[in-house]
Design a protein around this ligand. Structure first.
Ligand code: SAM
Length: 228
């Protein structure tokens, strides 16, 4: 029986190029590489994990799926999981904070020259991750937003090349901002409500603090009310 991915990881899988050599960083169960190999979508994969327990479960799952000849599970920190001789063409880093993903990319950035595509699914601080990509000569080629178990997830796909992001682009995502999908509006409506709740507990005399929250709320309203 083929491995069933969560909706979130299924969306990530759609952006992995056919016949890729994939490195999945933070591959706690190796689900993504296993499913992509079972589908015959990728050529081979490395599942990288920095923590012993998740590394062991990735190892077990790869053995059970009889894919040990196609997936190598490596105990390694971030991009230390691969060498140029592995010919990795695509990297997925999913289910971590945007800052941690940026740090992982930054620590191994010299190795990224030969990698064609990054597929990143930050759980938060997407703005920091987009700024890292911009600063390091990556450009976003696609983005999507989806919801699962009452959480919102953004997927950012990047390749080599320059881009210039406005503040709105980095915060909301250049493609997501253009699409303004129903999911996008629902996520930002919820963010607006969180900010409104935070504002309600800031005393009237804390003007600067209130101003910061109100500016953020006004920007969200402007973005999600725009019907153009
Ligand atoms: N990628 C899977 C997903 O999206 O479902 C697992 C997400 S899990 C929340 C994050 C995993 O990343 C953990 O197993 C953690 O040990 C691993 N991790 C965190 N920092 C890492 C690093 N620097 N290098 C490799 N793995 C890392």
């Amino acid at each position: 029986m083929e491995t069933q991915l969560s909706k979130r990881l299924s969306e990530v899988a759609k952006f992995v190029p056919k016949n890729a050599v994939l490195l999945d960083v933070g591959s706690d169960h190796a689900y993504l590489p296993i499913a992509l190999l079972e589908q015959g979508h990728i050529e081979r994969a490395i599942a990288g994990e920095v923590v012993e327990g998740p590394y062991q479960s990735a190892n077990k799952n790869v053995q059970y799926s009889h894919l040990s000849d196609k997936i190598e599970v490596r105990l390694a920190n971030g991009l230390a999981a691969f060498e140029a001789s592995d010919h990795v063409s695509a990297i997925t880093i999913c289910g971590m904070g945007g800052r941690l993903i940026s740090e992982i990319l930054d620590a191994g950035k010299k190795k990224l020259a030969s990698v064609e595509r990054l597929i990143l699914q930050p759980n938060n601080r997407e703005d920091d991750l987009r700024r890292w990509l911009e600063k390091n000569d990556f450009h976003i080629v696609s983005e999507t937003m989806m919801t699962e178990n009452n959480k919102y997830y953004e997927i950012i796909v990047a390749e080599h090349g320059q881009m210039t992001l406005s503040n709105d682009d980095s915060r909301f995502g250049p493609y997501l901002l253009k699409d303004k999908s129903a999911v996008f509006k629902a996520k930002w409506q919820r963010e607006w409500e969180k900010l409104a709740f935070a504002l309600s507990s800031v005393p009237e005399d804390k003007l600067a603090e209130r101003e910061v929250l109100m500016t953020k709320m006004a920007k969200i309203k402007e973005v999600i009310s725009d019907v153009s």
